[in-house]
Design a protein around this ligand. Structure first.
Ligand code: ATP
Length: 431
């Protein structure tokens, strides 16, 4: 884990937030390569869930919603963690994280557990009174329920159909940590898939499998992925069933995503609290009912971390140690890097031309500094899957070498076929 964190800092994936002011606990900033990686994760999700299907549409809703949304959803009353305070050292712990009645830091006596709401509070407008309290959303899901009617009326969707969103959520976590795993602001990738009651078990199974496969198709080792069903006493009050996709992080098996059968709980609650009809008329069955919903809820930052950790490797190439990020080409920040072998004989100019042409299609880097071996190492370390070298032969016959990051093999490819060659390789799913 430490190696991944160091690499992230050194190569511009992730920096400590507000670093020049000493940092802010569990606040992290994505640097130039991190922002590309995370964007690719979100794009891969969007392509799989929204644009790749004809039964799901997207949404991008406001972070600050009407405060009554959170009453209806149960977050005002129930989105809490039990906390205990140490009477001696005054430290605060999550009650379910301490074993026994004494403080894990100093052995002091602990208070009774008190409930602490995880929602960030703010005020809308210039008056800071209770009438103007609002919350930063702790999940993106509620906007899909709140917009259920709008989407139904403005699209021609029929059940089963889904509404998906990628967006920022906020939770005042008591024990954030493990780098990107748990922070106080993070991005979620959530789908609410509305189905006919009675068909919910089928769709729950479907999404459970589909979501597991998504991580594997983007290169995560299957042995480090598992589906863990929630025990009955672990289920959220609204859920009929829930399963987590977990990854074997260096700090233990931990949740990447939860897939829940939320039944008709949310639409019913919002209907009661808003007084609006959120039923669906099923023309085929000639009946009106409140749909059930299956929710795959993933975290963009958590999955980015899993992709990074899983990709990190150290090996030897021609007797030399290297660090290599074996990221799936679709996720890699740069798809290729272009190198002139020599800084003379017209090679840099030719390489620049190739670089400019490729950049119209992919995110590509250019590097002419240092030995070719060092340039390969630099790209291996940030996961660039393909290296393109312009050499003496390029100037004669228009071919370049195409080097594969993982196999470290090279083939010669005509310069004018590079876009096709790269595209084919990038699109191949992991075995
Ligand atoms: P946990 O038990 O780890 O607190 P959760 O079960 O409360 O997570 P959900 O409410 O199901 O999480 O949220 C769906 C997804 O959002 C999680 O699987 C995770 O990927 C992501 N997520 C939730 N909280 C955080 C956080 N504090 N930091 C980063 N990602 C988060």
């Amino acid at each position: 884990m430490e190696k991944v964190v160091n690499l992230c800092k050194r190569r511009g994936f992730v920096y400590p937030g507000s670093e020049i002011y000493g940092g802010l606990g569990a606040s992290l900033d994505y640097g130039p390569l991190g922002v590309e990686l995370k964007r690719n994760v979100k794009d891969a999700w969007w392509r799989e869930i929204v644009t790749g299907r004809d039964d799901v549409v997207g949404l991008d809703a406001a972070v600050i919603m009407h405060p009554r949304v959170w009453e209806a959803s149960g977050h005002v009353a129930g989105f809490t963690d039990p906390l205990v305070d140490c009477k001696s050292c005054k430290q605060r712990f999550r009650a379910d994280h301490v074993q026994g009645p004494r403080c894990p830091e100093c052995g002091g006596e602990l208070t009774e557990a008190r409930r602490f709401n995880l929602m960030f509070k703010t005020f809308v407008g210039p008056v800071e009174d209770t009438a103007h309290v609002a919350f930063l959303r702790p999940e993106t899901a509620q906007s899909m329920f709140v917009n259920f009617r709008n989407v139904l009326e403005t699209s021609r969707l029929k059940l089963p159909f889904g509404i998906a969103q990628v967006g920022r959520s906020f939770r005042n976590e008591i024990t954030p940590g493990n780098f990107l795993f748990r922070t106080r602001e993070f991005e979620q990738m959530e789908l609410e898939f509305f189905v006919r009651p009675g068909e919910d078990d089928h769709w729950y199974d479907y999404w459970r499998q589909a979501r597991f496969e998504w991580y594997a198709s983007l290169g995560i080792e299957r042995e480090r992925l598992r589906l863990r069903p929630h025990a009955p006493d672990e289920l959220a009050h609204y859920a009929k069933a829930c399963v987590d996709v977990e990854y074997a992080f260096p700090f233990g098996w931990s949740e990447l995503e939860g897939i829940a059968n939320r039944t008709d709980f949310d639409l019913k609650r919002h209907s009661e609290h808003s007084g609006k009809d959120l039923t669906y008329f099923d023309e085929e069955r000639r009946e009106r009912y409140v749909p059930y919903v299956i929710e795959p809820a993933a975290g963009a930052d958590r999955s980015t971390l899993a992709f990074l950790v899983d990709a990190y490797d150290e090996d030897q190439v021609e007797g030399e140690a290297r660090i290599v990020l074996r990221l799936h080409p679709r996720l890699a920040p740069y798809k290729a890097a272009v190198f002139p072998l020599l800084r003379k004989d017209g090679q840099p100019e030719r390489a620049r031309r190739i670089y400019d042409a490729l950049r119209k299609h992919f995110s590509v880097d250019y590097d002419q500094a240092g030995s070719i071996g060092r340039r390969y190492r630099r790209q291996d370390e940030v996961g660039t899957p393909f290296g393109i070298t312009i050499d003496h032969d390029t100037m004669k016959d228009g071919t370049v070498t195409l080097r594969d990051r993982d196999a470290t093999t090279q083939v010669r490819v005509p310069e004018d076929r590079l876009v096709e060659e790269l595209r084919a390789r990038i699109e191949t799913p992991a075995a």
